[in-house]
Design a protein around this ligand. Structure first.
Ligand code: PRP
Ligand code: 7HP
Length: 185
């Protein structure tokens, strides 16, 4: 067992299950955007592993771009205060934009991103998230592509972190409570 695995209480979504679902989503997106060359906007840092796999599962031309948003910092609770740390390089006016997120929790981050990107007059703006935690929602948002609905548990892996760790696990897992309850050194 490696030094990260001892911190996990359960594997919620296995590597194989993620791979299968990402391929389904990619096929659906390729079908829905055929002939449109959408810009996939990855929300850093958590969305990067999902983007890398999803874009390879879309057998149609796509462009990619990145945004970094601060909301959680290193804590487990959203501050509700959202700001852009790194903006897009592309001009999205008149373009079909698909936001690629790892998780929608309270919805504050995404709601801010939607509001912000909408002012740039894209031809369309849709959302693709690997994980949705609907029990935690504080802002009503409609999601277009969802990989998995998950229960109200703090998850890590496949891009998702706790205090910047565990993003490199190839599956989605739940942390043991003692990991986040222990005092920091
Ligand atoms: C996470 C996640 C979403 C957001 C979801 O990002 O990637 O962007 O929180 O939470 P919300 O729906 O409650 O707003 P985080 O701020 O942890 O940054 P990271 O992706 O760099 O880890
Ligand atoms: C953000 C976030 N980051 C990691 N794990 C979760 O369960 C999360 N919810 N919102």
């Amino acid at each position: 067992m490696n030094s990260m695995q001892k911190d996990l209480s359960e594997i919620l979504i296995s590597r194989e299950t993620i791979e299968r679902r990402v391929h389904e989503l990619g096929a659906q997106i390729a079908h829905d955007y055929a002939g449109q060359t959408p810009i996939l906007v990855c929300i850093l840092k958590g969305g990067m592993m999902f983007l890398a796999d999803l874009m390879r599962a879309i057998a149609e031309p796509v462009e990619i771009d990145f945004m970094a948003i601060s909301s959680y910092g290193s804590s487990m609770e959203s501050s509700g205060v959202v700001r852009i740390l790194m903006d897009l390089e592309s001009n999205i006016e008149g373009r079909h934009v698909l936001i690629v997120e790892d998780i929608i929790d309270t919805g504050h981050t995404l709601s801010y991103i939607i509001e912000n990107l909408s002012t740039r007059r894209p031809a369309s703006l849709h959302i693709c998230t690997l994980l949705d935690k609907p029990d935690r929602r504080e802002v009503d948002i409609s999601l277009d592509y969802v990989g998995f609905n998950i229960p109200n548990k703090f998850v890590i892996g496949y891009g998702l972190d706790y205090a910047e760790k565990y993003r490199n696990l190839p599956f989605v897992a739940v942390l043991k409570p003692e990991v986040y309850l222990q005092p920091s050194p």
